[in-house]
Write a protein that binds this ligand. Sequence first.
Ligand code: FMN
Length: 370
Amino acid sequence: MRNSPACAMFGIQTPIFAFSHCRDVVVEASKAGGLGVLGTAHFTPEELRRELDWIDAHIDGRPYGLDILMPTTYARVDTASLDTGQLLPEEHRRFMAKLLEDNDIPPLPEGMAEDIRRATLRRMTVSPEQHEEVLDIAFEHPFTLLAAALGRPNDSVVKRARERGIRIGSLVGSPEHAKRQRDAGADLIIAQGTEAGGHTGTIATMVLTPQIVDLVAPVPVLAAGGIATGRQMAAAMALGAAGVWCGSVWLCTAQSDAPPEVKRKILAARSQDAVISRCYSGKPSRVLKSGWTDAWTAAGAPDPLMMPLQSLLTKEAMARVTRANAEALASYPAGQVIGQMQNETTVRQIFYDMLAEFAEAVDRLNHLGS
Ligand SMILES: Cc1cc2nc3c(=O)[nH]c(=O)nc-3n(C[C@H](O)[C@H](O)[C@H](O)COP(=O)(O)O)c2cc1C
């Protein structure tokens, strides 16, 4: 597979791109011959420096990428606000408090909710000023792919990345978005189907990938959404993708830092338990169905807030849920492939299994004859 343009672009052996917020997953994936991509949305700039220093110390010089949320629409908030709770409407605060109280979830210790909200505002980098701050730190590190989700990097970001030889990738969920990113000069397009965990559109990977491959050629396309096995990888590459970009499949690995109650729920979940909701971040995102997601669809529930405000509510609620080990309310971004995931495993094992099954699938197809 070294002939895949995605391998050639990054000097990797296997065109498996592993998206994760967990540095151990990123390092293991790059060491396994793919490309680990660290999502920055879980880190303040200071935390990001610590994570990247750690990655550099452990990745044995292998290439890796970074992924930054760059939404085109979001709520402008005063991140220096003295009491971040005041940024949230009374109705939403009351709704969350009642839901947790009704489920016997104890409140956080004094001051912790404010700390969580404040950190969330610094982690969810939505504005160009915040992106510059993140990139000042990121550019001290030798990453080779900058992926943008929910929008496109502005000219200053692109210029700074290009000066360092960093490739630009964009996650897209529709042909229109892909065209825009191609015209803006993206080096790599990630066609993400609706099956995917996290922010997602409405078109399935099977339908989206070939359209985007044709539209943006010769720009290489990675298929994302619903890919966790070698057969799914072979299908994606048969559709014209140069490789695959996976997120959910790493969640139940030993290297993943997903909360234990989330891992337990995912291993027991069916594909239909990964539902699209705005209740997690404010934008449509596929997440694990739970008492939290159900409550936001019930009659009388408030409309979720815009990004990043909804995350202030979710992060506080999920911190309380994790402390109480309250599986019934636990939610987390997760795609439809959770229905295929039954055992905790390792990143390395997933690479072995995917590559072995990919080879079998290709072999089987070759033997079908023409
Ligand atoms: C837990 C989780 C968090 C995610 N967060 C982000 C994110 O911050 N930025 C991003 O570009 N994509 C994010 N995604 C989407 C992934 O980049 C990827 O496109 C998706 O997981 C692929 O589909 P799959 O889940 O079926 O593998 C997330 C996915 C998961 C499962």
